[in-house]
Design a protein around this ligand. Structure first.
Ligand SMILES: Cc1cc2nc3c(=O)[nH]c(=O)nc-3n(C[C@H](O)[C@H](O)[C@H](O)COP(=O)(O)O)c2cc1C
Length: 377
């Protein structure tokens, strides 16, 4: 009799603790939900590393060529690639794009990326932090970034589908505090959500949610796509909503329709295959957004298929303030750790400076004005 009372009491206490955890946001209802997310995040990294998920169409940068300057009148060794973003100074106009967090290996990836960014004085983004709001076990895979790199520019990350009505602004603050973020990136990923079997297809209220977020948090809000591009109409609305930066993240690099398609069984792949190439090519998105009369109110970031220093140079000459890239850095890290990242970055710098030398651009301000001609592709 005493034993059965003790057991009942124990079950009741465990239930109360679980309920309290749930209400305080440390757990999500459904014991497998978060682990499923961890599995999905891990499979995204595996698919990007092991399969071809590139767009079959290009970024459009090949349609532009710099006009060679036979009389550059500058010293290669004095070329300055530094740039400012909000209150940070970068050695080069490069950000390691938002990628990961939320499973064990993601913590190791984020630590290595942070070490590299610190060594090179550039910025980095973490992947979506939504999962860490639901389960404290995953927080450290994000927090590690700050342990490794105290002073770099770090972007927090949350998805568009999460900022619609009902999103507690308190959660945005938790995300920001988790990585002591210098800016919060909100990713627009309608294409991914469309193809993902468990995708969230309700994007009603996203713009209003972004607008609320901008007013509620103290740090800059950056809106980024995830490879399908931001066009002029969307960008105009985002600028009016008060965002501080837009990362066009256009088509020509990693295709999220491809990644989500490859997570499905063969007989569920038809729609993903049809949308593999959906999106606004990066160069086109840049030109369109840069032409908006209110463009100067924001910082403009070029990403989606940036694969070398020449893409970086063309982005700057087409109006970008900075560039970002995801897949090339993930692959370089996978191949040879932090050394691989450093080698890739140094090659990009050699190429960027090469363009600056051959166009007579001493710094990025001058590169912005360098002559770039549209050629028949
Ligand atoms: C493995 C992987 C995971 C990603 N996860 C996120 C994410 O959580 N949040 C986000 O905003 N973008 C995410 N992205 C998208 C990138 O930030 C970027 O916008 C896109 O991959 C295009 O750049 P790329 O062609 O250089 O890869 C991810 C990209 C990769 C490769």
């Amino acid at each position: 009799m005493v034993t059965s009372w003790a057991v009942t009491l124990l079950i009741f206490a465990a239930g109360a603790i679980f309920l309290a955890d749930m209400l305080s946001g440390k757990r999500v209802p459904g014991p497998t939900g978060v682990d499923q997310t961890a599995k999905r995040k891990s499979s995204h990294v595996d698919i990007v590393l092991n399969q071809n998920v590139d767009y079959l169409k290009s970024t459009g940068f090949e349609k532009y060529e710099f006009v060679h300057n036979a009389l550059p009148e500058i010293d290669f060794d004095k070329i300055d690639t530094s740039v400012g973003l909000f209150s940070h100074k970068f050695s080069a106009p490069i950000i390691v794009s938002s990628m990961t967090g939320g499973f064990k290996r993601a913590g190791q990836i984020n630590a290595a990326l942070a070490e590299f960014c610190s060594e090179k004085s550039i910025g980095m983004g973490v992947g979506s932090q939504r999962q860490a709001l639901s389960n404290e076990d995953y927080i450290d895979t994000f927090k590690v970034v700050r342990r490794v790199a105290k002073d770099i520019f770090v972007m927090g990350n949350i998805g568009a589908a999460q900022v619609v009505s009902g999103f507690a602004l308190e959660n945005a603050r938790r995300i920001v505090d988790m990585v002591e973020a210098d800016a919060l990136a909100v990713h627009l990923n309608a294409l991914q959500e469309l193809i993902q079997p468990e995708g969230d297809r309700n994007f009603r209220g996203v713009l209003a949610g972004i607008s609320r977020l901008v007013r509620a948090i103290k740090i800059p809000v950056i809106i980024k796509e995830t490879g399908a591009g931001i066009g002029a109409d969307a960008a105009r609305k985002l600028i009016d909503a008060g965002v501080s930066a837009i990362d066009v993240s256009g088509a020509g690099g990693t295709s999220w329709a491809a990644i989500e398609m490859l997570r499905r069984e063969e007989d569920g792949r038809r729609v993903g295959r049809k949308f593999w190439n959906w999106g606004i090519p990066t160069a086109e998105a840049l030109v369109r957004v840069n032409a908006i009369p209110t463009r100067k109110k924001i910082k403009l970031i070029s990403s989606g298929g940036i694969r070398d220093g020449i893409d970086v140079a063309k982005s700057i000459a087409l109006g970008a303030d900075l560039c970002a890239a995801a897949q090339p850095f993930l692959k370089a890290l996978d191949e040879d750790g932090v050394n691989g990242l450093v080698r890739e970055f140094d090659a990009w710098m050699e190429e960027l400076k090469g363009v600056m030398f051959l166009t007579g651009s001493r710094d990025l301000k001058q590169l912005r004005k360098a002559k770039l001609e549209k050629v028949a592709a």
